[in-house]
Design a protein around this ligand. Structure first.
Ligand code: HEC
Length: 159
């Protein structure tokens, strides 16, 4: 949004310079007209291109730093889920498949297929799992960390 406002501003400045140059063509004597018009045009275009060359990229950079984190597929993540994604990469990706994290672990179930609700994931993390299809150790994470991962998995699994 901000980028378009700035671009529109500089387009208006550029048009303003053009109108000014044309207006002064009509009003002044031959000699003066061309000099004033030339200078105004040069100045105008310098300002115009400086604006495009400096302000627009700056605005885009700031715009991007404000943007929310996005997982593949354009899912917006909260700060907690972004933290959860980091933790998932560190603690879970070796054993589980999850496309949004490029995880392809085969020890535990494919989380994209399972699509576990957050409570199930928190429970699996705290208690571990050993129901016969391999083992997931208990207490891999705790408290807020476990919840952050669970919230992340619930948001992206199967997407
Ligand atoms: C050492 C390998 C390993 C790691 C690391 C691991 N898991 Fe698991 N996970 C498993 C296995 C194996 C199972 C299935 C166990 C069973 O069938 O009893 C499982 C099961 C699950 C389940 C399904 C639970 C259910 O009741 O169906 C979820 C959800 C899960 N893991 C999430 C995670 C998360 C989140 C992490 C990271 C904090 C993680 N796992 C780390 C191996 C792992």
């Amino acid at each position: 949004m901000a980028v378009w406002v700035i671009i529109a501003f500089w387009v208006v400045v550029g048009l303003g310079v053009l109108v000014f140059a044309m207006a002064s063509t009509r009003r002044r004597s031959e000699e003066r007209r061309s000099r004033v018009a030339d200078r105004a045009t040069t100045l105008g275009f310098t300002v115009f291109f400086l604006g495009l060359g400096v302000l627009v990229p700056t605005a885009i950079m700031f715009g991007n730093s404000d943007a929310e984190e996005k997982a593949p597929g354009g899912i917006e993540l909260t700060a907690e889920q972004t933290n959860g994604r980091q933790l998932f990469n560190e603690r879970c990706s070796t054993c589980h498949t999850l496309a949004a994290s490029n995880a392809v672990g085969m020890v535990g179930p494919d989380l994209d297929k399972l699509r576990p609700p957050a409570e199930l994931t928190v429970n699996a993390i705290e208690d571990g799992r050993a129901r016969g299809q391999g083992q997931m150790p208990a207490g891999l994470l705790s408290g807020q960390d476990a919840e952050a991962v669970a919230s992340y998995v619930a948001a992206v699994a199967g997407q």
